[in-house]
Design a protein. Sequence first.
Length: 335
Amino acid sequence: MAIVEARQLTKVFRRPDKDPGLRGAVKHLFTRRFTDKIAVDHVDLSIEAGEAAAYVGPNGAGKSTTVKLLSGILVPTSGDVRIDGLAPRKDRIAVSHRIGVLFGQRTQLWWDLPVAESLAVLRDIYGVDHGTFRKRMARFDEVLDLGEVLPVLGRKLSLGQRMRADLAAALLHAPPVVYLDEPTIGLDLAVKDRVREFFRTLRDEGTTVMLTSHDLGDIEGFCRRLIIIDSGRIIFDGDLEAVKDAFARERILNVEADSTVPLDALRNALPGATVEPGETPVQFSVRFDRFKMTAGQAVTALAPLTNLVDFHVDEPSIEDVIRRVYSGELQLDHA
């Protein structure tokens, strides 16, 4: 059953079109001109309860605007949004209890309050009882090292500290739907790994997650569904692994031999593959299409030429595919 639904969701921003400077401002008072900017263009979206979906696209594609529309922060120019059957615009309080939102570039903490007091205010706003609050805070402290930032004023937090505190604020009331917009920005590697593991726990517990991130390490191993938006329109919506299977066909076999082998001999043994020299004379790599050749076949073809000391295969990442989409190398049909 879909818990997040959008039908023909559209948001148009109207911006004043005026000349620079005071003269332009005065002229605009008498002759008003505006330019319409379509940020989200007739988007249809349906996310099932308990699903983890990655929502990605280049800067300015409409990702954050979509999240703001789905959370009720912005009102759509046209189209319809339903969260668990409720309309964010009409049922704001009920919807706010069902969603948690984290914006990497915005905070929901009070600027002049310690983090602990900001979270206590949110506890009371959402009606979380004190026993439950203590249990959740202990869990956040375990994952996010939250204890060290609790006495710090919101305005004195570093970016990484603020992100950890904002994660706790977004999840404090255990919402069934969570929107995460760049959730690991500013986090060091150790904390980032723990946060990603925490996200997987949320998913496994049945929380619906919509994740936008430029760090595709946040996506792999967490989201099973990939939605790509560009210029306000969804250009792909499908299984993340299926995207890799369809468009990331290349594999790289990295080989270390016990002696130098002429590259021409290697290329003759592997027609259709690309053989490149490695960092040392006894190392080389073989690029091949996995639908035309397997790693096992490549190793078998190389075995008569040299003794293989070591080899491993580099698998493609979803980052490679998305980078090619952004650069226009791939055209993905909407699924």
